[in-house]
Structures are given as C-alpha cells and as structure tokens.
Ligand binder design. Structure first.
Ligand SMILES: *Cc1c(COP(=O)(O)O)cnc(C)c1O
Length: 386
C-alpha cells in the first residue's frame, strides 16, 4: 500500500482505502458490454469521483482506456501530467481565456454553445491550426449544448465548422437513472435525427446509465463515470459493480446509555432499551451526510464490523457519530477499533438514500481528513483473518 501522509493511521479519525484494480475491473466489465465498434472512455471529473484522478486515470490507462472526460480545464491539466498520450475531453466546455492552454496541452473542449464554437474557431484560425473539439447537442436536458435546430444551422456554416477539427458529437441523458422514463427515448431519437447527416463524425450519448440501458444507447463512444466507482447507475435494478472505496472510522469510546436517555445534538434519538453506543471519529466534515443519521421518527444509515450491522444512532456531528452496538457481541467493538462506515458492506447508495440523495454525492464528498490508502478491498462479508 502507498501512503500520502507521514502520520501513522492511528492518528487519523478514519482510513479511506481506494481499490484502483476494482475500478479497472468495473471499466473492463462495462467495456465488454458495449455494442461492437463502441469504445469505452472513462469519466474522471471531480477527482475521479473522489478516488484520485491521477492515480485512477493512470490505472485505467494501463487497463486499456485511452479516452478520458473531465469537467474542468484545471482537471484536464492535472490528468495530462500523468497521461501524455491520452485523449482528454473537457465536458464543461470552453471557458473564456482557456483556448490557448487547452490547445497547447492537446485537451479537447466539448463546445456547448454558439459562443464557444465561435471562440474556438476564431482561436484556431488565428493559430493557423485546426485543433480538435467536440460539440455538445442538447436533446432536452437544458443544461449545456446547442439545441438541435441551432446545431443544424451552425453546421451549415462551413467556414466556421472547418476552422477546427470536429471529432465527436455528444449528448447527455437527463433521466438515465430511470430506464422507464419516456425522456430517454425522446433524447435518443432527437440525437439520431439531428446527427444523421453527419455520419462521418463519431457520436457519444451514454453515461453509466446509458451503457446499462442497452446497445441502442451506445453509439461510438461511451463515457461512464459512477459505475466505474461502484455506484448505482439505475434505480430499477440491483447494482452489480464492485465497491471501490472503503471508509473505516475509529472508535473513540464505547459507552452505556440507559433506556430513556438521548444521544447527541438536538436529543433526536432516544434509547428504547439500555444501549451500547460506539462513538466513531467521522462526521459531516468527513462527508458523512448529516441526514444519514437517525431520529426517533426515522431510521438512518449503519456501520459494519466483523459481520455485524451497527445502526447510526441520532444525528451526525461535524467530527463524530454514534453507532448502536448493543447487538454486536461484547469485545468486538472497543476503543481504537475500526468500523466500516462505507464500503463493500455499507453501500454508498444505501447511505445516500437515507439522506435523500445519490451515491455520487457521497463519493465526491468524502473529505480530506481520512488517511488515504490505495490497495485491494476485502470482498463483501469478509472479516479480519478470513
Ligand atoms: C458526469 C457526466 C458523465 C458520467 O456520468 P455518470 O452518470 O457518472 O456515468 C458523462 N457525460 C457527461 C456529459 C457528464 O456530465
């Protein structure tokens, strides 16, 4: 295992282990499911969903992935440092005053408006070189991209379009997490229709959900993100991707709480029996979303230790949270123990559902205080010594 901080684990509230082999395996699995002729890129924005963009992208490159998508110019530059040969798309498009930097680092903007197209074309003309770019077509999401009619009309302006090298047409699903949503079919048809006259230009529609929804969504390049990181892309089916991150938080103390008393801020959860509570050193400053806690009115998330589930008890504080370990055999949880609070046995999507959010938010928000390791994760259910 490699480490970034000189301090031993014992000094940290928790240990975050990231398994880049599992990320690579998830990528290979997705790539193997693609329609023939469709290549698999990897979306590594937001520091590869919290897993570390440089390390993760390098591992994916070694697995055979050659194309990457980031959100921001700064993210693209970071990845360029470790992958001099990779194709890197900047999904958020062309920010003002970045064309020079992008072009000189062979980074490819995904142009999302007429203004961006005109700026990139102008830059290329001045430079005397047709640098590559993609165009984002908005098929209904109304976030980024040209509306179909706008796209068709701008493609008629040959001087403009031929100023740069248009190497990909892209659109993005608004409701991919629900495969039954009628918007998916509408976006698919709109994308097919508006791109039909340009059959020589590769097309890309599928994020993770698009990959899992089937071959008609695949086109020439898929760009999954969340599935690579073990996340749940479709609400309607069980998640088969391997977990890639595990957070183990340290037990500071184990205490007895008599029935009728409450634990933590706002006294939100009352002990209905004499309760054994383990206080662990991770809180919302570490990305444990506050709403994942429990109250008298609602259940919350849980931790896992050596095969035992320990429900969250009461609200999550900034630096700590309480787990109910009454049903965990005596001696398993003690001062200094590490309890899994996210990982192969504690799905991020589960925790997220208690906080009315999605695992994307959990993974990207894990925070900076954990001691970070890269290494293999245990299989679900595996206990120390297994
Ligand atoms: C984030 C993003 C992706 C990856 O989406 P996942 O749902 O994480 O697979 C792909 N394409 C675009 C345009 C994105 O913004």
């Amino acid at each position: 295992m490699t480490s970034q901080s000189p301090l031993p684990d014992s000094h940290a509230g928790g240990v975050l282990t990231i398994d880049t082999d599992a990320i690579a395996a998830n990528w290979s699995l997705l790539a193997s499911q693609l329609a023939s002729g469709c290549s698999c890129a990897a979306t590594i924005k937001a520091d590869a969903y919290g897993t570390g963009a440089k390390i993760t992208s390098k591992r994916l490159w070694d697995e055979g992935c050659t194309t990457f998508c980031v959100a921001l110019p700064g993210e693209a530059l970071e990845v360029r440092k470790v992958l001099p040969q990779a194709k890197i798309y900047v999904l958020d498009g062309l920010f003002p005053d970045t064309a020079e930097t992008l072009a000189s680092n062979s980074l490819v903007p995904v142009l999302g408006s007429e203004e961006e197209i005109r700026e990139w074309a102008g830059f290329c003309r001045t430079a005397g070189q047709a640098f590559p770019a993609a165009i984002h077509i908005d098929t209904g999401m109304n976030r980024l991209g040209l509306r179909p009619e706008q796209f068709s009309s701008i493609m008629g302006d040959a001087t403009l379009i031929n100023s740069f090298s248009l190497d990909l047409l892209l659109t993005h699903l608004a409701c991919g997490s629900d495969p039954n949503h009628p918007m998916n079919g509408r976006q698919l048809s709109a994308f097919r229709e508006v791109t039909a006259p340009f059959s020589q230009i590769p097309r890309s529609l599928a994020n993770s959900a698009g990959v899992l929804m089937g071959k008609e969504f695949h086109f020439d390049m898929a760009r999954p993100g969340i599935s690579l990181y073990g996340g749940k892309a479709l609400d309607t089916q069980a998640n088969t991707m391997a977990a890639v991150a595990r957070v183990e938080a340290r037990v500071m103390t184990v205490r007895s709480v008599p029935a009728g008393e409450t634990v933590g801020y706002a006294a939100s959860r009352t002990a209905r029996r004499d309760t054994r509570i383990a206080m662990v050193a991770a809180g919302y400053a570490d990305g444990m979303l506050r709403l994942t806690g429990s109250t008298d009115a609602s259940e919350g998330g849980y931790g896992w230790i050596e095969g035992h589930i320990a429900p969250l008890f009461g609200r999550i504080s900034m630096d700590m949270m309480a787990l109910d370990v009454t049903d965990v055999p005596q001696g398993v949880v003690k001062r200094g123990s590490l309890v899994e609070i996210l990982g192969p046995n504690v799905a991020a999507s589960d925790l997220a559902s208690y906080a009315q959010t999605i695992d994307y938010e959990y993974l990207t928000g894990l925070g900076k205080r954990y001691r970070r390791h890269y290494g293999r994760l245990p299989a679900p259910g595996a206990r120390p010594g297994d």
